[in-house]
Ligand binder design. Sequence first.
Ligand SMILES: Nc1ncnc2c1ncn2[C@@H]1O[C@H](COP(=O)(O)OP(=O)(O)OP(=O)(O)O)[C@@H](O)[C@H]1O
Ligand SMILES: [Mg+2]
Length: 260
Amino acid sequence: MVEESVPYALRMVNIEKYFGPVHALSNINLEVGRNEIVGLIGDNGAGKSTLVKILTGVYRPTSGELYIAGRKVDWNTYNVQRAHEYGIETVYQDKSLGEKQALWRNFFIGRQITRRFGFINVKEEKRIAQEVMLNTIGFRGKGITVDSTVSKLSGGERQGVAIGRAMYFEAELIVLDEPTVALSLKEVRKVINFVHRIKEGGKACIYISHAIQDVYEVADRFVVLDRGEIVGDLRKENVSLKDVDEFLLSYAHGLKDRRE
Ligand SMILES: Nc1ncnc2c1ncn2[C@@H]1O[C@H](COP(=O)(O)OP(=O)(O)OP(=O)(O)O)[C@@H](O)[C@H]1O
Ligand SMILES: [Mg+2]
């Protein structure tokens, strides 16, 4: 399945995306290592979500190539389902979890464990959901069990379920687009801890957020997008949080505007 010799979880080559006349992405060349957390940052409308939607099979690029763990993606057949099969998982910022479902059921959504004759193996699914929630994600929410309905979970806990699911199904790369929007500080902390778990679990992650402090904590590298182009690629060991902040600000204020 996965070619172990390939050092990259992901490689994008000359990706371009137009929405009609809008040039949303221009000449994107991006690699994400097998166990690397990349913070994708940039102003509103920079193209961050468009980039990850191409990656996760939601949009097709106008041109360019995508390699996942060394395998070239065929755009004619690539879609969300195929992205899953390739080991790309995403946690959407909107409520992607079924509200009225029990947690364990939600955990196995679309991937039921079945016995002979196709009956769902409820006991086994609950056992696994419980195990992942406790050990992989370190879920210790008071009064929350695998039987709790999703609507009872806090925003941070929902992110945790989705990340736990992605890790259990051995995602190579987990994409998080603004996972902490509308969360309390305490909940944000949980999500950040989940991302640390992704790193410890040996997997890769693209983390998108406007909260630069959070991105700085979790990421190994920062890729900066500005109006559809990659304008910066900074390794954490070479830059302070202040450096990253100032780099972003210089674009936000148009100081590096090529049209000036
Ligand atoms: N479905 C679409 N149809 C037309 N234009 C789009 C579509 N999706 C995005 N765009 C445009 O592409 C550009 C990039 O948008 P995108 O949503 O990728 O930005 P972003 O970096 O995720 O911004 P934010 O930080 O606000 O989430 C914007 O100019 C946006 O208006
Ligand atoms: Mg976005």
